[in-house]
Write a protein that binds this ligand. Structure first.
Ligand SMILES: [Zn+2]
Length: 418
């Protein structure tokens, strides 16, 4: 059977101009530029020749991408030079320009919102937390939009905000820019992107906080998360994100990651009933609200979860035991996720595991006991890279992820790509 195609010249036929593909189709050019920007973020200041080796792109392509990215103000030549002076042209390394642009972030938690600014290397420039006065979407989103200009005026120091990233728990559809369902806030089909874009005039990117933190690990955190990872978020909301083949998995309706009701079968009878009607599901045992309830039942009434965490950090035995129990139950869920996905790394976003070494040890030993595939939890099960700044990182990571994915895209604050 003869295979022919309008775009593939037959053997020996004269090659026509229309047969030659464009040098760099837009999508390839964008992903090449993103790869260059990501490599410079990782290794900068770095020579262009090293970027070519790191990305597998040709030196000429890297040079071209660097030129375009410098034209957009995303990269700059470093003041350092490499190579011996006086011997030919010195290599002038390139680095991400952190002095021109910022991205803003808004994280919407069950009890409060966090507004933050980060530079293009992910360093937090400003962070502001506010308890909710009213959890309806209108007041929450209007409040965030109203506070942002003040935060920018106080902290941007002449840098321009490129975009706003917004993150929250439960079911978020990034393509639609919609919070599909957040039962604890009572939100359903809230058009967060369009509301915040109208109110701030910024490009807005929206995603679930678990996926945002997985992207933050890939970009700014643990390198082992680049290819495959599971991120397990344990707060008032309990959910997960999955990185496979280098990409954060979303699912056809972006609903992936709902692990809150995994049965972890706590045998010690502390379980409260849950909306899922499974006694001893993960969220009913380990959510922040569950821990506050468990503390009261154990004779340690506390006004809030942060107060309980402070007690545990201060060595209060009842509080510590509650966090150890939480770590063991999170370890059970982690073992199930490790067996299902077999990721290179499982990142646990939970302040006990992040700040109390014995909690991380208890979590890992539960994994070692229960997982069929993970026999090296010391290496594969790690706490978040952003312990202490998780919520200030999640929002901006949504916008930074979009920028690093497509630095040649339509970013209105950046000069046009020539
Ligand atoms: Zn449940």
């Amino acid at each position: 059977m003869e295979i022919s195609s309008a775009t593939t010249p037959r053997h020996g036929a004269h090659l026509r101009r229309s047969d030659i593909p464009a040098a760099l189709p837009a999508a390839r050019r964008a992903s090449g530029a993103g790869a260059v920007l990501g490599a410079v973020l990782d290794h900068g200041p770095v020579a262009r020749s090293t970027v070519a080796r790191l990305t597998g792109l040709s030196p000429a392509a890297v040079s071209g991408h660097c030129g375009v990215l410098m034209g957009r103000g995303l990269l700059r030549e470093s003041r350092e030079t490499t190579g011996r002076r006086g011997l030919g042209r010195p290599h002038v390394p390139v680095e991400v320009d952190a002095d021109r642009y910022l991205v803003a972030g808004a994280h919407i938690a069950v009890t409060h919102t966090t507004l933050s600014l980060v530079d293009l290397r992910g360093r937090i420039v400003a962070e502001e937390r506010r308890p909710h006065e009213d959890i309806a979407p209108g007041p929450v989103l209007d409040g965030l939009a109203a506070r942002l200009p003040r935060l920018v005026t106080a902290h941007a120091q002449g840098r321009t905000v490129l975009a706003l990233g917004a993150a929250t728990g439960h079911w978020v559809d990034p393509a639609a820019g919609v919070v599909v369902r957040h039962p604890q806030l009572g939100w359903r089909d809230v058009a967060v992107r369009s509301v915040l874009a109208d109110a701030t005039g910024l490009p807005v990117h929206v995603d679930s906080h678990a996926r945002a933190l997985a992207r933050a690990e890939q970009l700014l955190g643990q390198r082992a998360t680049r290819s495959s990872a599971v991120l397990l978020f344990v707060g008032n909301v309990v959910d997960a994100a999955f990185v496979t083949a280098g990409a954060v998995h979303q699912g056809p309706r972006s609903a992936a990651g709902r692990v809150a009701h995994l049965p972890v079968g706590a045998a010690d009878g502390g379980s409260a009933s849950c909306t899922c009607r499974v006694r001893g599901c993960l969220a009913s045992e380990v959510s922040e609200a569950a821990l506050v309830r468990q503390a009261a039942a154990a004779g340690l009434p506390v006004p809030s979860f942060p107060a309980l965490l402070e007690r545990a950090l201060a060595g209060e035995p009842v509080a510590r035991e509650l966090f150890l129990r939480r770590a063991r139950l999170v370890g059970r869920a982690a073992a199930v996720l490790l067996d299902m996905i077999d990721p290179a790394t499982l990142v646990v976003v939970e302040p006990g595991a992040g700040r109390l070494p014995e909690c991380l040890a208890a979590l890992r030993s539960e994994v070692a006991e229960r997982s069929w595939v993970c026999d090296d939890p010391e290496r594969r099960v790690v706490p978040s890279s952003f312990t202490g700044s998780v919520l200030a990182t999640a929002g901006p990571a949504v916008a930074l992820g979009a920028l690093y994915d497509d630095p040649l895209g339509p970013w209105p604050a950046l000069p046009a790509v020539s």
